[in-house]
Design a protein. Structure first.
Ligand code: ZN
Length: 265
């Protein structure tokens, strides 16, 4: 039996820098949203994507079969599984970002860019907030932190129910955490390699993307920006049908997310 999910507040990553944020700009967590928009400028000829070099893509912290790791275990409630994984991914991505955060500054990353795409933060009134990448990441992390520690949204006490908005909030969280991971690859991969943490980053990304796919948490259009990487990293991680197919049922792992769709609300 599962014990109670640990309170994520106790998992706050100490290494994550606390940046001064204009509090007036911090959006209410329940309404936060952002949009990606091409920045209109001529695309800068893209630098060669270092993170696609085989030398780096083959680096993982573990060769675990992620497909098995993301599948909803029998007897575990779907929401409970989503909640526990959301909290874990949040902590890991926060930690991974903290390793390069000293290089992600208002000077180096004036906008939240992933390649030629820019993300903008929108406050609770739908007002576009111009922000640097570190500010955007702060918005994401503080909003998610607030949500995952809200007992009404991520209940940890026995018998307490998940709210109706739970799944849609989880989807939002995954979408924003994806932006953070994509930014690390696109703007800070060199530093990650210098720290010899690209194996961890690749592993985290693979696990994260397969989890997203398994439960249909993020629109594929949103993640398309990193499809080249996803293809390389995830193609060897589980899409290759679970050959030994223990419980005999799905002979084609290709249908992938078919079973555990999270319904759109
Ligand atoms: Zn940055």
């Amino acid at each position: 039996m599962l014990g109670p999910r640990p309170q994520s507040s106790s998992h706050t990553v100490p290494a994550a820098p606390v940046r001064p944020v204009d509090l007036a700009c911090v959006p209410m967590p329940l309404n936060w949203k952002s949009k990606a928009k091409p920045n209109g400028k001529k695309p800068v000829p893209e630098e060669k994507k270092l993170y696609l070099e085989p030398e780096y893509t083959k680096s993982r912290a573990t060769d675990f079969e992620f497909k098995e790791l993301v599948t909803l275990p029998r007897e575990i409630d779907l929401n409970e599984w989503l909640a526990s994984n959301t909290t874990t991914f949040f902590n890991h991505i926060n930690l991974q970002y903290s390793t390069i955060s000293e290089f992600c500054t208002a000077d180096t990353c004036q906008t939240m860019a992933v390649g030629s795409t820019q993300y903008y933060w929108y406050d609770e009134r739908g007002k576009k907030i111009k922000c640097t990448a570190p500010q955007y990441v702060d918005f994401v992390m503080s909003s998610v932190q607030k949500l995952v520690t809200d007992e009404d949204i991520f209940p940890t006490k026995y018998g307490k129910e998940f709210p109706n908005s739970f799944e849609s909030l989880v989807k939002k969280i995954f979408r924003y955490l994806f932006h953070v991971l994509a930014h690390i690859y696109s703007a800070h991969f060199k530093e990650t390699v210098a720290l010899e943490l690209h194996g961890h980053l690749n592993t985290l990304y693979t696990h994260f993307l397969l989890f997203i796919r398994e439960f249909n948490l993020v629109d594929p259009k949103e993640t398309a920006i990193m499809d080249d990487l996803t293809e390389v990293l995830c193609s060897n991680s589980g899409n290759s049908s679970s050959a030994s197919g223990s419980s005999g049922g799905t002979e084609n792992g290709g249908g992938a997310a078919a079973q555990n769709h999270v319904k759109e609300r």
